[in-house]
Each structure stands twice: as C-alpha cells, then as structure tokens.
Design a protein. Structure first.
Length: 107
C-alpha cells in the first residue's frame, strides 16, 4: 500500500501565484521504462481497436491505461497525486488516456 503525503504548501502557493507548477523527478525511471516498453509492444501489434494513425506520422492508442498494466502507475503517481488533490480536490476522474508517438525526424 502506498501512503500519499500531504501536498507541499509552497508548491500550492507557487501554482496560485504563477498558474503552473513543475514537479521535477516525478516519474520514477523504472515506471517510465516499463511504460515505454509497453508502448513499443502495443505499437508493434496488429491491434486496430482504439488505434489512431494520421498522415503526419503520429500513431497511438486511445484508452491506453486499459490496454496494459504498465500504464497504471502513471494514473495514481504518489509523487503527483497529493499535489493534484491539493489543487483540484479529491474528486478527480480519468476521462481519457492516450498514447501518442511520432516518428523521429532526421538530425
């Protein structure tokens, strides 16, 4: 069980003052790597349900949190969630989760 810490009052005040807040190092490298690997796996499949492809080279999936458990830690990240609750309230709902990728441009 993960215990969520109270949001930092200084961060909440900075958001109120500046209108934005940067949460540095909020994504654990292991979680990031697992999500990236899951994205590569999904994109390598022939799955068409929920898949989006555009003529400008973007590709991805809608509803990605339901497609692979590796994305679940992104939903309730303990480094981010307390601050979101402090800013928005605990009445938070996930409306969409999208994976969007674009082919690398040449150097």
């Amino acid at each position: 069980m993960t215990i969520l810490l109270a949001p930092d009052p200084e961060q909440l005040a900075a958001f109120d003052r500046d209108g934005l807040l940067v949460l540095r190092n909020a994504l654990d490298p292991e979680v990031r790597d697992r999500a990236a690997e899951a994205a590569v796996r999904l994109l390598a499949t022939g799955r068409t349900t929920g898949r989006d492809r555009s003529v400008d080279g973007k590709e991805g999936f809608r509803g990605v949190v339901a497609l692979d458990d590796a994305f679940l830690p992104l939903l309730a990240n303990p480094a981010v969630l307390p601050t979101l609750v402090g800013l928005l309230s605990p009445n938070i709902h996930l409306l969409s989760s999208n994976l969007i990728t674009r082919a690398s441009a040449p150097p």
